[in-house]
Each structure stands twice: as structure tokens, then as C-alpha cells.
Design a protein around this ligand. Structure first.
Ligand SMILES: C[S@@+](CC[C@H](N)C(=O)[O-])C[C@H]1O[C@@H](n2cnc3c(N)ncnc32)[C@H](O)[C@@H]1O
Length: 232
């Protein structure tokens, strides 16, 4: 039996793929990544359900390996899309060593759920989107300053608590539009819009300190956009 790494989507239980949903329904064991997975998505799951919050990598891997070796269908459920900031790679490496096969099923990342919430086309203008994060516990030095020079839309994860520092670091005009989307696609989602010059105060007023995506770029201000060549 394989282990399936499945993206749960950003919060709204309908933002999982049909394949992910089917695998969840068929699973004998679901190991999900704590508070960022909407518990509603687990409704109807007939297999055992384990919250991996606070578990060590070795414990999670042991559960997956034992399950797969005992012929169980195991789903490792990650928030958003598992290809972004999920620590999936280290789990896959352990499964390789144990000789257990796995497959990855995508989900809607919170960056794209945030873009949907503000109805943004992230590739407008500079035609480029950069996904990144500020330095933190697991990253000593970030590249936000260098990346901000690319006329791209920045989608910044894991960084709302460092918003002031990010805003001071980016080399973009002060009137560049910014959106901060807290818990995109959840019922208590909050959206704060502004520019590099006023977003920090607005986000502070809104009380947003975690679980948010920061989008920065001209693409967030459609008024500035010229009509696409696509339509002649
Ligand atoms: C460990 S990363 C997981 C990212 C996830 N794999 C994804 O694709 O969305 C956690 C960070 O993702 C972002 N995040 C996750 N869910 C979110 C949501 N519903 N709304 C806004 N940001 C979210 C936040 O920046 C949070 O700090």
C-alpha cells in the first residue's frame, strides 16, 4: 500500500481535489497537520484519524510505515498544497529509506486562495509571481530585498508577524498595493488592503498576527492595468 500526501486546500473544505477527497474517504489512516486543516474536511472519514501537531518526524513516519506495511491506505493530509512549506520532503526521504511508496496529490495553496479572495490576477503587469518567506527559525537569511526588484507580485508566507520588517525591506514604490489575507477561505477570513506605506498600521489595527498571506505588487491594482492582448 502507498502513502498519499494530499493537499487539503487552504481551509474551505471544498478546496480539496476530487482525488484527495476520494483518498480521504477510502483511507484506513489519516494523519493531518493540526490546526490549519479544517476539521470539517475529516467528516465522513471512516479510517483512524491522528492529529500530528506536536509529534516528532520519527513518530509520524513510524505511523505511516507501519500502516502501509500492514496493508492500510494511509493519507498524510497537509494544509494548502503540500509542495509549499510543508516539510513533506523529509517525510518522503524517510519513506524512501523504509522502502514505502508514496504519491503526492495537490491542493489549493493559501496563496491562491488569498488571490481568489481579493479577486486578483497575480500575473498582471510583471507577468511573474514569486513565492517566498522572510527569515525565521528554519531560514537564516531571506531574499526578499533581491526578489522585490523583479517587477513581480510577491506572495509571502509565514511572515505577517514580520510585516513591518518586510515592508521596510522591499525595494518597491511606497504606493505599491499590498493585501494581507488572514485565514483565506475560512469563515473568519479577514482581508486588509493598503499600500506599502500604510499596510503595517492597518494590519496591526485588524489584530492579524499569524496565518496570513501577504501579497505585494502592481497586479493588485487593476485600475492601473492595460487591457490584455489576449482579447485583441
Ligand atoms: C506551514 S505553511 C503551510 C502552507 C501550505 N502548504 C499552503 O500551501 O498554503 C503555513 C503558512 O501558510 C500560510 N497559510 C496557511 N493557511 C492559510 C490561510 N488559510 N490563509 C492565509 N494564509 C495561510 C500562512 O502564511 C502560514 O503561516
Amino acid at each position: 500500500m502507498k502513502v498519499y500526501f494530499v493537499g487539503a486546500g487552504s481551509g474551505d473544505p471544498e478546496l480539496i481535489t476530487l482525488k484527495g477527497r476520494r483518498l480521504l474517504d477510502e483511507a484506513d489512516l489519516v494523519i493531518y497537520t493540526g490546526s490549519l486543516v479544517n476539521p470539517e474536511i475529516l467528516t465522513g472519514v471512516r479510517g483512524d484519524v491522528v492529529n500530528s501537531h506536536g509529534m516528532k518526524l520519527e513518530e509520524i513516519v513510524e505511523l505511516m510505515v507501519c500502516g502501509a506495511r500492514n496493508g492500510k491506505k494511509v493519507v498524510r493530509l497537509h494544509t494548502g498544497d503540500p509542495s509549499l512549506y510543508s516539510a513533506m520532503y523529509e517525510q518522503m526521504r524517510e519513506l524512501d529509506m523504509a522502502g514505502v511508496e508514496y504519491e503526492v496529490v495537490p491542493g489549493v495553496t493559501s496563496a491562491f486562495a488569498a488571490a481568489a479572495s481579493i479577486k486578483a490576477e497575480l500575473t498582471l503587469g510583471g507577468e511573474t509571481v514569486i513565492i517566498t518567506r522572510p527569515r525565521g527559525k528554519t531560514l537564516q537569511r531571506d531574499q526578499i530585498r533581491e526578489l522585490s526588484r523583479n517587477n513581480a507580485t510577491l506572495a509571502i508566507f509565514l511572515g505577517v508577524h514580520k510585516l513591518k520588517e518586510i515592508v521596510e525591506t522591499v525595494e518597491m514604490p511606497p504606493d505599491t498595493p499590498v493585501a494581507v489575507v488572514y485565514r483565506a477561505s475560512w469563515e473568519d477570513e479577514k482581508v486588509v488592503r493598503g499600500t506599502l506605506s500604510d499596510i503595517t498600521a492597518k494590519v496591526e489595527d485588524a489584530g492579524i498576527k499569524r496565518t496570513a498571506i501577504i501579497l505585494i505588487g502592481k497586479s493588485l491594482d487593476p485600475d492601473e492595468h492595460k487591457r490584455s492582448y489576449l482579447y485583441g
